[in-house]
Design a protein around this ligand. Structure first.
Ligand code: CU
Ligand code: CU
Ligand code: CU
Length: 347
């Protein structure tokens, strides 16, 4: 009887599901690399696949996800899949000494879970979080496409993912230090880069851009000039009544999906409205700033980003168009240090 019910259920699933859940297997490593955050400011990070943010993990709701994580660094780590429910798979929740033993240097651990929560999620290390997540770049985006697409999503012509974080220059060169309350965080970044090393978001009139905003490690007051942003999702789930904002406050860990209709051609700064978040160690301009550039607007001679060669995947826009999978992004890769120079000041 139970078997027959199961078979009927399985048959029903095959018949009704447009695309059945799939087992998606990935491998990720943890690497010790030097990340250029701002001009002349390099940071020792632990990068998933050697990059910050980590690679885009893009799957469909209901997929079975398996990630083998290999620790090639000199300290212990885990991965927590922030937002997933881990129903029946609590040992894949990634919390050291509670759901697993931390992954020691040279070891690996296999996480296996169902992508049971749709939307904009993220993943991060859960060992010594104030340092590993707060300062050393151990975070990346995880996007789970919902089985039922949101009605507003149909209009979207371009996707962008923005992860906000801060940096304490005093411990940039020393693994194992930092992560204290009242830490002097004085660099601020989007996808691991501070202005002017952030990239323009290039759009054309008529585009409808979905920005998936992830306040990874710092509070953020996200502010686009010239446009309202329509809030459609909070922490991956749709809000009952989408609402327009021109400043969106996010606490660390929070995610908001917003949709911006590109209907106002020009060059528009978009920035974190915490005043000191738009400077690099006290020098403005800098920090969590980028510019929305409309196609067809001529560069003026004095334009700060005149002739800038933009990387079109800086906001994962190209990676989001690839088939489901785990996608590395070259511009986020750190450099393996010259071991002879290890520990030498690089600032
Ligand atoms: Cu870690
Ligand atoms: Cu978390
Ligand atoms: Cu402003």
């Amino acid at each position: 009887m139970i078997l027959r019910n199961l078979l009927t259920l399985a048959a029903a699933l095959v018949l009704t599901a447009p695309a059945a859940a799939e087992l998606r297997q990935f491998e990720m490593t943890i690497e010790e690399v030097d990340l250029e955050v701002a001009p002349n400011f390099t940071y020792k990070v632990w990068g998933f696949n050697g990059q910050v943010p980590g690679p885009l993990l893009h799957v469909k709701e209901g997929d079975e996800v398996e990630v083998v994580v290999q620790n090639n660094s000199t300290l212990n780590h885990t991965i927590h899949w922030h937002g997933t429910y881990q129903t029946g798979t609590w040992r894949s929740d990634g919390v050291p000494d509670i759901t697993q033993e931390a992954i020691e240097p040279g070891d690996s651990y296999t996480y296996r879970f169902t992508a049971d929560k749709p939307g904009t999620l993220w993943y991060h290390c859960h060992v010594n979080v104030p340092e590993h997540v707060g300062l050393r770049g151990m975070w990346g985006p995880m996007i789970v496409e919902p089985k039922e697409p949101h009605p507003l999503a149909e209009k979207v012509t371009k996707e962008a993912i923005l992860m906000f974080s801060g940096w304490n220059p005093e411990v940039a060169d020393t693994y194992g230090e930092g992560g204290h309350p009242n830490e002097p965080i004085s660099y601020f970044s989007i996808n691991g880069k501070s202005f002017p090393m952030t990239q323009p978001l290039r759009v054309k009139e008529g585009d409808v851009v979905r920005l998936r905003l992830i306040a990874a490690t710092i509070p953020v007051a996200f502010h686009p000039h010239g446009h309202d942003a329509l809030v459609t999702h909070k922490d991956g789930l749709p809000v009952e009544h989408p609402y327009p904002v021109d400043v969106l406050h996010m606490a660390p860990g929070e995610r908001y999906d917003v949709i911006i209709e590109m209907n106002n051609p020009g060059r528009w700064i978009t920035h974190d409205h915490y005043e000191h978040h738009v400077s690099n160690n006290g020098k403005a301009p800098g920090g969590a700033v980028f510019i929305i550039e409309y196609e067809g607007i001529e560069d003026d001679d004095w334009y700060v980003w005149k002739d800038k060669e933009a990387d079109p995947d800086f906001y994962f826009s190209e990676s989001m168009e690839k088939p489901f999978g785990l996608h590395d992004v070259d511009i986020f890769k750190g450099a393996y240090p010259d071991t002879r120079g290890r520990g030498r000041g690089r600032r």
